[in-house]
Design a protein around this ligand. Sequence first.
Ligand code: GLP
Length: 254
Amino acid sequence: MHVVVAGPDELARAGADALEGALLARRDPVLGLATGSSPVPVYDELVRRHREGGLSFAGARAFLLDEYVGLPAEHPERYRNVIDRELVSHVDLDPARVHAPDGLARDLDAAAARYEQQIAAAGGVDVQILGIGTDGHIAFNEPGSPFDSRTRVGELTEQTRRDNARFFGGDVEAVPRRCLTQGLATIMSARRIVLLARGRAKAEAVRHMVEGPVSTAWPATVLQGHPDVTVLLDEEAASLLRRGDVVPLETAGR
Ligand code: GLP
C-alpha cells in the first residue's frame, strides 16, 4: 500500500493521474468508478483535463461499484444518475458503455451475476477508484462481508444509512435499506486501486485499513493483500496513522 497525505488539489490530481494513465495506456480501458463525495474532486479534475487538454474517454468502458436497490430510474441519488451528473455528461464517455448493477431488476441475484459477467467480459477493471465508509466499508461491503464475495445483494448498516442521509435531505428513512454491490473479491480483481478519504470521520477506518489486522470486521483491510493500492488522504483522514507507511506523492507510483 502506498499511503499519501496531501492537500486537496494534489489529491485530486493524483487520482486523476491514475485514471488518465489507464486512458492513455489502452485503446479500450476499463475504469472502475465510485460515487460518494470523495471522488468528486478527481472527476472535476478529469473534466478540466478533457475540456482544456483534450483528454479523451472515447474508447473507455466504466463500471460502478454499487447501486441502491429500488430507487426509481430518474431518482437523482441513483448512482447511475449520480455518475452521469458528476462525470459522464461532461466528457466523451459513451453513456451506453457505463454500467451499474441494476437495482430495479426483478431478479436481483440474476442482475448481480450478470454484472460479474459483464466485468469479466470487459477483461476486468484497469483502475478502480474507491472511497471508504466510516465503518470501513468499500463499495457497500459492510462489516462481516466475506473476502471471497462477488457482486450480490447487500444490506446497509444503520451507520451507513445515517452517513448517507445527507444525500436524501437528511432523512434516514429515505435511504434504501438494500443495495447491489461488487464483492470484496470483485474489487480485489482490479489491476490497480486508488482509494480516497478526507476528513476526521474517516480516520478510524483509515487506521484499520492501513495498520490494523486484516479482518472482515473492517472490510477495507482486505486491500492490504492487493499488490497495487494507492491511498490518498488529507491530514484529518490520516490523523490516527503512525505515519510509518506514508510516502511522498512523487514516489507513490504513476
Ligand atoms: C457510500 C458508497 C461507497 C463510498 C462511501 C463513502 O456508502 N457506497 O462506495 O465509498 O459512501 O462516501 P463518501 O465518499 O461520500 O464519504
